[in-house]
Design a protein around this ligand. Structure first.
Ligand SMILES: [Zn+2]
Length: 315
């Protein structure tokens, strides 16, 4: 029997602070979407893994982070105020809302300040993990699961040294993920059912971390392509997700879907999420499919293949 995993990159403004301009609509919608998603998950008793940017756990900061070895300017947009003043940069209330939900969510980490681990030094990666773990531990929490910003996997040894148990790996590439022909095939294939989503099989890596690759980004099919597809059929992403859930229920393996709270800006985005969550909950109730957090998947893999390991690097 298989599992469904839902993971969220919870970042508010931190997902964009290194961009030329901030997408104000997505940032403005993100808080409300975060809370609406918690309500939706509670309605169906569905647990998710919330990979929260560590800075959001802070009540306030100096805006400088002078001890942090990131390049000059990295914290330029950090307002250096507090949660009551700048709620896109601090969100201890939203983290508490995850804990207060009745669904048994996991709070993971999306690094401290959304640094791309595939493109940074070991020193910066270590500082990101140290800050993220410290702010979590000050709140009585641990960091078991990590989602890499923009999915750039890197410095896995550093994660292991900080006691992380698992991460979301990149989606296995398929032929239709490349080139203009692939895009056309994807549009047609997603709509008609000719393309089936990827089921993944979590495995322990050389550092003792469990890699739980992504299967489907629930908002990777947007803009004109989405509108065109919806003109001829119902939401192609919902169709794709339902096929993934069905396959997990019948074939085993993990269907790992992911999103950002800030992806939900329109009514049709909420309709999509409701359809996916409701379908997964029904499959669980009728077929015994598991809906699990990343941490729970990792524990199952580790229990199955116990392997002692020595943490490396500074703690
Ligand atoms: Zn700050």
């Amino acid at each position: 029997m298989g599992s469904v995993v839902l993971s969220l990159d919870a970042e508010l403004a931190w997902g964009f602070h290194d961009a030329d301009s901030l997408p104000e609509d997505r940032i403005a919608a993100a808080r409300e979407s975060w809370l609406d998603l918690l309500d939706l998950f509670d309605e169906f008793g569905v647990p998710a893994t919330w990979a929260v940017v560590g800075h959001l756990l802070l009540d306030s900061c100096d805006g400088e982070h002078a001890d942090h070895p990131t390049p000059d300017g990295w914290f330029d947009r950090d307002p250096g105020t507090s949660a009551s003043r700048d709620e896109a940069w601090y969100a201890p209330d939203l983290v508490e809302a995850i804990e207060d939900a009745s669904a048994d969510h996991e709070i993971g980490s999306h690094t401290f300040s959304h640094v791309e681990f595939g493109h940074t030094t070991r020193e910066v990666a270590s500082a990101e993990m140290r800050e993220a773990v410290e702010v979590a531990e000050r709140g009585g929490r641990s960091v078991d699961s990590v989602v890499f910003p923009r999915n750039y996997v890197g410095h896995r040894d550093v994660l292991a040294a900080y006691g992380v148990k698992c991460y979301r790996g990149v989606k296995p590439r398929r032929w239709y993920d490349r080139g203009p022909l692939g895009s056309v095939a994807k549009l047609v294939g997603w709509s008609t059912g000719a393309i089936s989503p990827t089921l993944v099989h979590p495995e322990e890596d050389e550092y003792g971390l469990v890699n739980i690759p992504a299967s489907l980004y629930l908002f990777g099919f947007e803009g004109r392509a989405r509108t065109a597809a919806e003109r001829v059929t119902d939401d192609p992403v919902v169709r794709m997700a339902k096929r993934g859930i069905d396959r997990a229920a019948t074939e085993g393996g993990v269907f790992h879907a992911w999103l950002h709270p800030n992806n939900l800006t329109e009514e049709r985005d909420f309709d999509r999420m409701r359809a996916v969550v409701e379908y997964a909950a029904r499959a669980r109730d009728e077929s015994g499919l598991d809906i699990e957090t990343m941490g729970s998947i990792a524990s199952a893999v580790k229990d199955h293949e116990p392997r002692p390991r020595e943490p490396i690097g500074p703690r």
